[in-house]
Write a protein that binds this ligand. Structure first.
Ligand code: ADP
Ligand code: MG
Length: 227
């Protein structure tokens, strides 16, 4: 599976006298199984890029092609299906549902896909064990540490077996130990399940672990290197 952006551009007009060119004319290709960091200062367009690629936001101009197909040609229902079945999102603030337990948070997304009860339970337990939370299945997010909540979010993102995972500054609120653990988990899943990871960060410790680093400045892709 490949993700290609072609002259991808997003311009915001809201709330400012001048238009904001959040993402400008970006040409990028990410192949199946890559582990890519998008790096850049705050306001450089990282979140906008991930949201555009993941179909959470629509470009002003340019295209996002998944396996050669322009996602702008999907209708709203197809786009929802595309996101649900193929894209996993991990957010900086974890975005777990507070009234659900760790297990229920992970099961929930599979139920949306129509996976039956026992199957979704088994997969959720397996994933939570994989991220080291086998003993915390029945705790609500408020009873977990930040690092543990982010690991629930990783399990949730992986549950529907997405083809790629977008992680927007996933370690921004984590200490050094939790950051290292989270990266180990992501890297392991990348290597064993072949899941493509695209994550934004400005944390040097995270950048060091990426196989490819893309640099953003003022909405433009200024560097793209493998390491
Ligand atoms: P980053 O994730 O690198 O911090 P963002 O993609 O969030 O950057 O933002 C890029 C630019 O677009 C910033 O100047 C930001 O203020 C602007 N921006 C982002 N979202 C919106 C929005 N919904 N409305 C108006 N401007 C926005
Ligand atoms: Mg951001």
């Amino acid at each position: 599976m490949s993700i290609v952006t072609s002259q991808l551009t997003k311009t915001y007009h809201a709330g400012s006298e001048f238009p904001v060119h959040a993402v400008q004319h970006v040409d990028l290709e990410v192949r199946s199984g890559e582990f890519v960091a998008v790096m850049g200062p705050s306001g450089s367009g990282k979140t906008t890029l991930l949201n555009l690629i993941g179909g959470l936001d629509h470009p002003t101009s340019g295209k996002v092609l998944i396996d050669g197909k322009d996602i702008a040609e999907l209708n709203e229902q197809q786009l929802i299906g595309f996101r649900r079945d193929h894209v996993g999102f991990i957010f900086q603030d974890y975005s777990l549902l507070p009234v659900l337990t760790a297990l229920e948070n992970v099961e929930f997304v599979m139920q949306l896909q129509g996976v039956n009860g026992q199957q979704s339970r088994d997969r959720a337990v397996e994933l939570l064990q994989k991220v080291g939370l086998g003993e915390q299945l029945h705790k609500v997010p408020a009873k977990l540490s930040g690092g543990q909540q982010q690991r629930v979010a990783v399990a949730r993102a992986l549950a529907p077996r997405p083809r790629f995972v977008m992680a927007d500054e996933p370690t921004a609120n984590l200490d050094a130990k939790s950051t290292a653990e989270l990266l180990d988990i992501m890297q392991h899943l990348n290597e064993t399940e072949g899941t493509t990871f695209i994550f934004s960060t400005h944390d040097q410790r995270v950048i060091k672990r990426a196989k490819r680093v893309i640099v953003f400045e003022d909405g433009q892709l200024t560097q793209d290197k493998c390491q």
